[in-house]
Design a protein around this ligand. Structure first.
Ligand code: ATP
Length: 244
């Protein structure tokens, strides 16, 4: 479904992502992990058309090169950004409906809204509250729900557990698991390598802007040493361990 070839991203003279190749097949959950500054968020933003990059990105065979984010979204890709991107002074429902103005199928929008409220009951309960009054975990549910309102074929989720208490992380992942079992194709950035391995079919480990290691989560789970070496590089091996 998604094919990324030779992705390069620069901020001024600094190269943040180099020669990244990545694929996501229909129905797969794929995770990107790696230390801070590895280029994970930049990769997600480039795929969503939100920042400039070079290389080739295709979605369902269509070249996304140079397309603005709204066109990428129309082609079936929605993103839950790091930090959620919720508008705190707007109501839960207003946040949910924000992006839907680009949709022409108004009747279906109403049905999707009902489906999303069914999937996330707390959002229906709190639909008239200011979104800023929701807890972090509820805001994350809202951010995922808002992305679903775009009827994506591929859902990008950047660090869904960031800043959440462990119980909330479990709740958010329960919703992501449900989406996954309903057949949603997902690309997810996750700080916790253990959680990423548990959730995804396949995993890419980025460090210093490059893919250092990739493979099926099953295989990589059995080779913790390869993961640690790829995560830290050899020189840090003895001083730290991969975040669980
Ligand atoms: N807007 C920007 N301007 C300049 N440099 C940037 C910008 N955004 C990111 N970078 C740099 O690009 C590199 C990759 O950053 P990115 O946020 O993609 O990494 P990350 O793996 O998502 O990190 P984190 O886990 O800390 O979110 C870092 O060196 C970062 O400082």
């Amino acid at each position: 479904m998604l094919n990324v070839e030779n992705l390069r991203i620069s901020y001024g003279r600094a190269e943040a992502v180099r020669n990244v190749d990545l694929t996501v097949s229909e129905g797969e959950a794929v995770a990107i992990v790696g230390p801070n500054g590895a280029g994970k968020s930049s990769t997600m933003l480039a795929i969503a058309g939100a920042i400039r990059s070079t290389g080739r990105i295709t979605l369902g065979g269509r070249d996304l090169g140079g397309l603005p984010p709204e066109s990428v979204c129309r082609l079936g890709l929605a993103m839950v950004p790091e930090g959620r991107g919720i508008f705190p002074q707007l109501s839960v429902e207003e946040n949910l409906m924000l992006g839907t103005s680009i949709r022409r199928d108004r009747e279906q929008v109403g049905k999707d809204r009902a489906d999303v409220f069914h999937r996330f009951p707390i959002l229906e309960e709190r639909r008239r509250s200011d979104a800023g009054k929701l807890s972090g975990g509820e805001q994350q549910q809202l951010a995922i729900a808002r992305a679903l309102m775009m009827r994506p074929k591929l859902l990008l989720v950047d660090e869904p557990s960031l800043g959440l208490a462990p119980m909330m992380v479990a709740t958010v992942y329960k919703f992501l698991e449900e989406l996954r079992s309903d057949g949603m194709t997902m690309l997810i950035v996750e700080q916790s390598v253990t959680r990423a391995l548990a959730f995804s079919n396949r995993l890419y480990l980025l460090r210093e802007g490059r893919v250092q290691l990739s493979g099926s989560s099953e295989t990589l789970s059995a080779d913790r040493q390869a993961l640690e070496e790829a995560y830290f590089g050899f020189e840090h091996k003895r001083e730290a361990s991969v975040p669980s």
